[in-house]
Each structure stands twice: as C-alpha cells, then as structure tokens.
Design a protein around this ligand. Structure first.
Ligand code: CTP
Ligand code: MG
Length: 221
C-alpha cells in the first residue's frame, strides 16, 4: 500500500487568477479534483493528504492540512498528517498543478520504486528542445548542451517513507532552496531513478498552460 500527498497550497502568482491555482476551474471542476481522480483510481493508494491554502476545505475522502511557506514545507506538513506507516511504505508526492496525471503514471512510479529498489523514483519526460547555456547577461551562447541525457522532471515522485522523512527533517532554509523533493534525496546521497512519463502530464504555471490543460482534459472526456 502507499500514501499520497497532494500539494495544493501555492498561491499561483504566475497564473494570476483571482484565487489559489489548485482551485481554479479547469474543464468544469477545481483543478485539484483531476489529480485526485487519478490517485483515487489506484488501488495501492490507501490514503490521500492534501496541503491546502488558508481557508480551503479538504476535498471529500482526503485529510486536509495547512500548507507551508514553500512547496517543500507543504510536503513536510502533509507527510506529518499522513499517520504512522512502515519505513518502506511508498509515499507519492504530486503537485495539484499537474492535473493531467493518470492512474497509469501513478502505477508506473510505484512499480519502478519496487523494481529499482531506489530511494526515490521521479516521473520525467525526455527533453525535446535544443538547450543552450548562456555565458552572460548579454545572452552570449557558451555552449549547446547535449540533449540525449536530459530529462524534464515532473510529479509524481515516489519515495520510501524513511528516505523522505530523513531529508524533510533538515532546516527550513535547506528545504526552501530545493525545487523538488527528489533533489534533497540526491544531495543526501540517496539513489534516485526516473520513470518515463508523457509530456502531456504538464504543469499549469501560466495562462497558456491552463488553456492547453483544458483542451487536453476536454478531449479525454
Ligand atoms: N505548493 C504548495 N505550497 C507552497 C507552494 C507551492 O503546496 N507553499 C504547491 C502548489 O500548489 C503546486 C505545486 O506546489 O501544486 C507546484 O508549485 P507551483 O507550480 O510553483 O505553484 P504555485 O507556487 O502556486 O505558483 P507560483 O509559483 O506561480 O506562485
Ligand atoms: Mg511556486
């Protein structure tokens, strides 16, 4: 069995909607309901904890908890509310900002955690753009980075509970500097693997992402 943490406590400043991003209406429902559907459809997920912005209600069948100042603080708060479980029980962390999650992606992440024996498994897609690194503020190109080994990471990220607990016990500043939870495990010397996930599992960051997500979700229904 596994526990899922859905982080939904962000303000969504880059989207610029009236309220918090996870509750913005998307293809007829609040954005976070789409990820919840995918998580609820996976038999191994026995409990879902949602990190919420101030004043929001926990969705049906979930445990709600107040989020923190930064994303990883919200993850820590959600894990603390998840209740007891064994050190090896998988914990899935997912961003409510990725509403195109599917049960298949969740299952593949949990399965890869088991088959690789890694401390963490991260959903990711191969980078399709050519990437250049710039040398200075004038945008002079320093190099074209070879693309074959580059992957764009997504959520879900699946962890062995003890590995996630250990890295989240670090000081607030260390957590605040991390852009994803798996990087904390990497820094601590843990073994992290990727599992291939479709690019469609996109993150809604700006208004154009919201339009694209709406088109893709409407196409699914
Ligand atoms: N998140 C969270 N708690 C925070 C910050 C972010 O739970 N203190 C969640 C968001 O709700 C989102 C996910 O982390 O589901 C990814 O973060 P991001 O896409 O950056 O969302 P926001 O922080 O809401 O957006 P912005 O950075 O544009 O304000
Ligand atoms: Mg943010």
């Amino acid at each position: 069995m596994a526990v899922a943490l859905l982080v939904a406590a962000g303000r969504g400043e880059r989207l610029g909607a009236d309220g918090p991003k996870a509750f913005v209406m998307l293809a007829g429902r609040p954005m976070l309901e789409w990820s919840l559907d995918a998580l609820r459809a996976v038999e191994q997920v026995r409990r879902i904890v949602v990190a919420l912005p101030a004043g929001a209600q926990a969705p049906a069948g979930t445990i709600g908890v107040a989020g923190g100042a930064e994303r990883s603080h919200s993850v820590r708060a959600a894990l603390a509310a998840a209740g007891e479980s064994g050190p090896d029980e998988p914990v899935l962390v997912h961003d409510a900002a990725r509403p195109l999650l599917t049960p298949a992606i969740v299952r593949a992440s949990l399965e890869a955690l088991e088959t690789t024996g890694a401390d963490a498994v991260v959903a990711a897609a191969p980078v399709v753009d050519t990437i250049k690194r710039v040398a200075d503020a004038e945008l002079r190109v320093a190099e074209t980075v070879p693309r074959s080994a580059l992957w764009a990471v997504q959520t879900p990220q699946a962890f062995r509970r003890a590995a996630l607990e250990r890295v989240l016990a670090q000081p607030d500043e260390v957590l605040a500097a991390a852009t994803d939870d798996a990087s904390l495990v990497e820094q601590a010397g843990g073994r992290v693997h990727l599992v291939e996930s479709p690019r469609e599992n996109l993150k809604v960051t700006t208004p154009v992402d919201l339009r694209l997500a709406a088109l893709l979700l409407e196409e699914r229904c």
